[in-house]
Design a protein around this ligand. Structure first.
Ligand SMILES: [Zn+2]
Length: 346
């Protein structure tokens, strides 16, 4: 049974000191890219879909694509995760559709925009944990809100801005204050909800426009991760908004008619530092979006005579696979699918 609960993969990651990329999907090519990278690197994988992705792909298509992945790659343990569930019913419909893990993001109200009171967060998350655990489904919660860190002008490089969860890149980011995770709150939240994984706000934001200059460990508040991990050594920490936004992809896009403003992401070395301190799930979406778009723009620019969708979707899929493959190696999940199989974990 290759679709497995997230807890299984993250427990193995914790026991063996590695991190796992959680990669967003909307369509078949993206799932194929991830699965091919997983096979080549022998990696367990977390595939995640936002509410937007579920509505774009439609539940039945998505469910059958995931079943296809598990049939075609029986050697790979695959987690199917709901990214940023905005209320319990979103999580329950994901579970009904075969997801093996859900995020109940009660750090925001149901509108997925307004910061929620702590008590509300505990209430909705605890409810989802009780239902999900009874069905062998894992739960991720969040304490604190992702967004801007640099509130003082001189504190450059500062985070660029924040956007509502479950965003679309076409939307202009709305400036909003971040609310970094408070370690005391994190500790009591995990105790009260029993979540399997906890998303922490340490200065990253969603989307491509994260930082206005190369961020340092100080800007990213990596010390906060270390502190939370010290207090919660058995909770799997999650870094959201952790694309690295590679310069070469920005350049390819802009050289081929695109207009991406210069931006910086989260350096892979900082993520690797996080992995040493309890980070087990790392959300990466923007890098794959950039890779696919760069590949498609290149085809359109170099071969304007092409019109078969395969002529540009194949290179796009290949470009995304390359990013996935690189992250799987960098985060240390490579080589662990066979170890999990040997340990008869799935
Ligand atoms: Zn997120």
């Amino acid at each position: 049974m290759p679709l497995v609960p997230m807890r299984l993969v993250l427990d193995h990651a914790a026991a063996n000191n590695y991190g796992v990329a959680a990669l967003n999907v909307n369509n078949m090519e993206q799932i194929q890219a991830i699965m091919e990278a997983a096979r080549e690197t022998d990696s367990p994988v977390i595939i995640q879909a936002s509410r937007g992705a579920r509505s774009y792909a439609q539940e039945n298509y998505l469910r059958h694509l995931m079943i296809a992945a598990s049939e075609l790659y029986p050697e790979i343990p695959v987690v199917m995760h709901q990214d940023h569930g905005n209320c319990p019913s979103t999580c329950y419909s994901a579970i009904r559709n075969g997801f093996t893990s859900v995020m109940m993001d009660g750090s925001l109200l149901e509108d997925a925009k307004s910061p929620a009171p702590y008590d509300y967060n505990v209430k909705v998350t605890r409810e989802v944990v009780q239902v999900a655990h009874a069905l062998n489904v894992s739960v991720e919660g969040e304490v604190g809100c992702l967004g801007t860190v640099g509130q003082h002008k001189e504190e450059a490089p500062k985070a660029a801005s924040t956007v509502p969860h479950d965003l679309d890149l076409e939307q202009e980011p709305e400036p909003e204050m971040a609310h970094l995770t408070d370690p005391d709150e994190a500790e009591s939240f995990v105790k009260e909800t029993q979540v399997d994984a906890l998303a922490v706000a340490i200065g990253t934001s969603h989307g491509a426009y994260k930082f206005t200059a190369q961020p340092t460990g100080e800007v990213l508040k990596m010390a906060l991760i270390e502190e939370i991990h010290r207090r919660l050594p058995n909770t799997h920490l999650v870094m959201h908004g952790s694309s690295s936004v590679p310069q070469d992809l920005q350049d390819i896009i802009n050289k081929n008619g695109g207009k991406i403003k210069q931006t910086w992401g989260v350096p892979v070395e900082e993520i690797q530092r996080g992995i040493k301190h309890g980070v087990r799930k790392i959300n990466v979406d923007t890098d794959n979006r950039l890779a696919m778009t760069a590949a498609i723009r290149e085809v359109f620019m170099k071969s304007p005579d092409k019109f078969d969708p395969r002529d540009y979707l194949k290179p796009a899929r290949e470009a995304m696979k390359k990013i996935c493959l690189a992250r799987m190696v960098q985060f240390g999940q490579a080589g662990n699918a066979s170890k999990m199989r040997a340990a008869k974990l799935f």
